[in-house]
Design a protein around this ligand. Sequence first.
Ligand code: S3P
Length: 196
Amino acid sequence: MPNLADQRAIARTSSPYSPCTSLALVGFMGAGKTTVGRELASRLGWHFEDLDDLIEKLERRTVEQIFQEDGEAEFRRLEFMALRRMVKSPRHDSRVIALGGGAFIEPAIQDCLQAANIPAVFLDAPGDELFRRCDQPEVRRPLRRDQKQFEELYRRRRPEYLKATMRMDTGGKTIGAVATEIISALNLVPLPGGRE
Ligand code: S3P
């Protein structure tokens, strides 16, 4: 079993994120941030963290309740506080973090990731495909109303997502294929216990 220093050196990518010991998945609703994130973490033997889940745990309310009771601006504040808490925790290394769809639009969130040296991978796909992928009655998304509104919001946000470290096209691809491409593009090497 390699020691911690060896483990940290195992995952490598090119500068300025070398060695790459954690990464964030960003993109619009339906981009696959959570599903691809879980797959990546399992293959790499890294931890998986979902920012929306952390907010719900800390607040003891669902994202939908937060939007209804306190509005979007308060949700964005909670998002930033939760991310800051996450990147400051001692378990900071060897983590795949899935951000909520609007998080990376906030400059403070982009700055927070950059300051923590965490590369952001933008999972991109056509708007109509994203809309279809979000057709999950069990998941309530306050900012997904109808297709026109959804695609218009995506169009407005895309320039911010494009500020991510890397863009990965996910259109028509399986979760496994996207994970494989990210691992190869960032030259990530699994820790012992990963299954890649
Ligand atoms: C949001 C996306 C959601 C969630 C919240 C706001 C957004 O996350 O954070 O409903 O602003 O796009 P997912 O992208 O995981 O659905």
